[in-house]
Design a protein around this ligand. Structure first.
Ligand code: C2E
Ligand code: MG
Ligand code: MG
Ligand code: MG
Length: 285
């Protein structure tokens, strides 16, 4: 609260603002040590193929168990990591750990699952990302053909030429590259025209607003058709209901992810689900 809180003065700092600022400071201070202190862990969310009725991929999502603040979502601390220059360090831990864990799963599975990892555009701006990924794959022994990179967009793309080259090199290695949260950023269309992508993940906001025969339904349908015409794969995110699932199936979108299939799960729980092939919602297949 500002010191001189006279009656005619504008109150500059509201208590909530102060709290938010303090929380931000605590996160900024703690993040550089979070890895060493063993405070980060990964959860995995399945991606279902409705045609083969198989979980064909899992997406690694990072979590932070802060000693004082408790569980913090990446929606809050990824932007912080980007701001304080910790994103490359953090994602090195995420990709290494995910590769190590899912490599073990795949050794025990009849058919391997793909692994999706998120990489921030901020990180991609700073690094030759194909070298970063190659390093992680070499170190862990994870096979490139089973890896998907999801580009998460938080800033406008810079270093476009270098980014295009990096993606091309990733594809040569056998790694797939998707654009995450398609349809939310102002530059989504720009990206799919310029980047040599394998596919896109349709943001869950689209599905939330989609009902049979409304304009969002038409929009999602057009996007799916367009993507298929452009030779891009489409994964629908945020599938929360049976209605969503059936509408997407009718539109020819077979790769789906969302709470209706499963929430992000702890390592062992996700492996068990992949292994058994039994889905929580029985009517899915
Ligand atoms: P994302 O990559 O688009 O991941 C999907 C997010 O939506 C996840 O939130 C997931 O828990 C949530 N979600 C999945 N299905 C549903 C659903 O049916 N309904 C609803 N309401 N939500 C659903 P989460 O785990 O909090 O992650 C948020 C974002 O944080 C991710 O969005 C991704 O952009 C970012 N993120 C997570 N891990 C990493 C990472 O290692 N690196 C980078 N750069 N970003 C990451
Ligand atoms: Mg993602
Ligand atoms: Mg997404
Ligand atoms: Mg998202």
């Amino acid at each position: 609260q500002s010191k001189n809180n006279g009656r005619n003065q504008i109150q500059l700092f509201k208590p909530e603002m102060k709290e938010r600022l303090e929380r931000k400071k605590v996160l900024e201070k703690g993040l550089p040590h979070a890895i060493l202190n063993d405070e980060l862990f990964l959860v995995y969310q399945p991606i279902l193929n409705t045609v083969s009725a198989r979980i064909e991929a899992v997406e690694a999502l990072v979590r932070w168990e802060h000693p004082k603040l408790g569980l913090i979502s990446p929606g809050e601390f990824i932007p912080t990591a980007e701001d304080i220059g910790e994103i490359a360090h953090l994602e090195e831990w995420v990709v290494t750990t995910a590769c190590e864990e899912v490599k073990k799963w795949n050794e025990s599975l009849a058919e391997p699952v793909r692994l999706s990892v998120n990489l921030s555009m901020k990180h991609i701006e700073q690094t030759d990302i194909h070298l970063f990924v190659k390093d992680r794959l070499t170190q862990t022994g994870f096979s490139p053909e089973w890896m998907t990179i999801e580009l998460t967009e938080t800033t406008l793309m810079r270093r476009e030429k270098e980014t295009v080259k990096s993606i091309e090199k990733l594809k040569e290695m056998g790694v797939a590259v998707y654009l995450d949260d398609f349809g939310t950023g102002y530059s989504s269309l720009n990206y799919i025209m310029r980047l040599p992508l394998d596919g896109v993940k349709l943001d869950r906001l689209f599905l939330q607003k989609m009902k049979q025969d409304n304009e969002h339904y038409t929009l999602v349908h057009s996007l799916i058709t367009m993507k298929h015409k452009l030779g891009l794969e489409v994964v629908a995110e945020g599938v929360e209901t049976k209605d969503h699932l059936h509408m997407l199936e009718k539109m020819g979108c077979e790769k789906i992810q969302g709470y209706y299939i499963a929430k992000p799960l702890h390592h062992q729980v996700c492996l068990n689900m992949v292994k058994s092939g039994i889905l929580p919602a029985a009517e899915i297949v």
